[in-house]
Design a protein around this ligand. Structure first.
Ligand SMILES: *[C@@H]1O[C@H](CO)[C@@H](O)[C@H](O)[C@H]1NC(C)=O
Ligand SMILES: *[C@@H]1O[C@H](CO)[C@@H](O)[C@H](O)[C@H]1NC(C)=O
Ligand SMILES: *[C@@H]1O[C@H](CO)[C@@H](O)[C@H](O)[C@H]1NC(C)=O
Ligand SMILES: *[C@@H]1O[C@H](CO)[C@@H](O)[C@H](O)[C@H]1NC(C)=O
Ligand SMILES: *[C@@H]1O[C@H](CO)[C@@H](O)[C@H](O)[C@H]1NC(C)=O
Length: 344
């Protein structure tokens, strides 16, 4: 028993020397603190200052104090997945200037403020999937130039600002799946951005519309541009000018549409028009013209064939008539070809 106590106290003293919280496992060689599945409700204190990887997944952490990470300024990977965070204080990650991977999947976050990630110049991967986010800011701050992966899948987003995505120049992978995307003017900018992102070789799982009803389940990329013709120019931007702008009038029913809850200002919730008449009209005219041309060509060919057929028939008939007359004169019932007889 004495021996056992000695070993135990030795282990404790080693842990104390490295400042590892007693529920965690700390590995000096890999600079890792493993604190997962421990029932923590806050970020544990007294972590070794030199750690670069902090595993806090599968706990019940519900808040992050302003100074939570002041003792671990060298963190590169922070895994907070499967916790109970419902909000993030603007300064929560402020001291983590070397952070590269921040995993916040499976929490209860509703909002992301515009300063939340603004002090993380080396951030590369940001996983916000499986939360309850209904709004993202217009910017993640001034130090997001290195973000290559962003996941917002499985949240409650109806729209997302194009400016936010444009502020991430090195983005390679962006995941949008499982959000109630509202395919009205709100997402027109997003559509344009996504098209150019994919064209540049970016990877995405796509945006599937949830509302309005007629576009439920439809891929945003397959919703034609013309349906966004009624969108205000502020959203549509210069792009609409190059895509034929028909100047659709707002339907009178739009006046009664309820204002968009998360939309900018009190702009009317302009729903794209379901049936753009000018386009179908254009198509109809084109179809008529093409059909006419094809029919014309076929008719001409048939006429030529008929004329040729009649002429041939007439000539043959005449020829036969003359021969019959000749045969009657000479009394030979049949005339043989000249070299046919010579061969025989
Ligand atoms: C999430 O964490 C809880 C403990 O807080 C655990 O029981 C559960 O299995 C974890 N879920 C996943 C998907 O890892
Ligand atoms: C975040 O953690 C989950 C598991 O909890 C994992 O599936 C996912 O790949 C991680 N995300 C990143 C960006 O590493
Ligand atoms: C951040 O949001 C606040 C309001 O929530 C706003 O006043 C401020 O201008 C925004 N900052 C940036 C950089 O967008
Ligand atoms: C980013 O903004 C913060 C304040 O929001 C400022 O302290 C910091 O110097 C800025 N960094 C750069 C690189 O501009
Ligand atoms: C991206 O990371 C590199 C180092 O990996 C750093 O030098 C650079 O300042 C970062 N870029 C931005 C825009 O923060």
């Amino acid at each position: 028993a004495g021996n056992w106590l000695l070993v135990l106290s030795a282990i404790l003293s080693i842990n104390a020397a490295y400042g590892c919280p007693n529920k965690c496992l700390c590995y000096t060689a890999s600079k890792t603190a493993d604190c997962k599945n421990r029932g923590f409700t806050e970020i544990p204190a007294h972590l070794p200052p030199e750690i670069q990887i902090l595993q806090l997944q599968n706990n019940r952490i519900w808040r992050i104090n302003q100074n939570a990470f002041t003792g671990t300024p060298l963190l590169k990977i922070l895994d907070l997945s499967n916790n109970s965070l419902s909000s993030l204080a603007p300064g929560a990650f402020q001291k983590l200037r070397y952070l590269q991977v921040l995993n916040l999947t499976r929490n209860l976050i509703h909002y992301i403020e515009n300063k939340t990630f603004s002090f993380l110049p080396h951030l590369k991967e940001l996983d916000l999937s499986s939360n309850s986010i209904i709004r993202l800011p217009e910017t993640f701050g001034n130090s997001t130039g290195n973000i290559t992966l962003l996941s917002v899948k499985h949240n409650k987003l109806q729209k997302m600002e194009r400016v936010l995505l444009e502020s991430l120049p090195n983005l390679k992978v962006v995941l949008f799946k499982d959000n109630p995307w509202q395919c009205t003017c709100n997402v027109f900018g997003l559509k344009l951005w996504l098209e150019s992102f994919l064209y540049r070789g970016g990877i995405s799982d796509g945006i599937i519309c949830s509302t309005p009803g007629i576009r439920k389940g439809k891929d945003l990329l397959k919703v034609p541009y013309e349906l966004f013709g009624a969108c205000p120019l502020r959203t549509a931007h210069v792009h609409l000018a190059s895509i034929h702008h028909h100047g659709f009038e707002h339907r009178s029913s739009l006046k009664h549409a309820h204002p968009n809850e998360y939309g900018e200002n009190s702009r009317p919730n302009c729903e794209p028009k379901p049936k753009p008449r000018p386009v179908s009209l254009r198509h109809a005219i084109a179809t008529v013209v093409i059909t006419g041309v094809v029919c014309g060509i076929v008719c001409l060919m048939m006429l030529a064939a008929a004329v040729y057929g009649c002429a041939y028939a007439a000539i043959t008939a005449k020829y036969h008539k003359e021969h019959l007359a000749l045969a009657k004169q000479h009394g030979t019932p049949e005339e043989k070809e000249p070299f046919d007889s010579s061969l025989a």
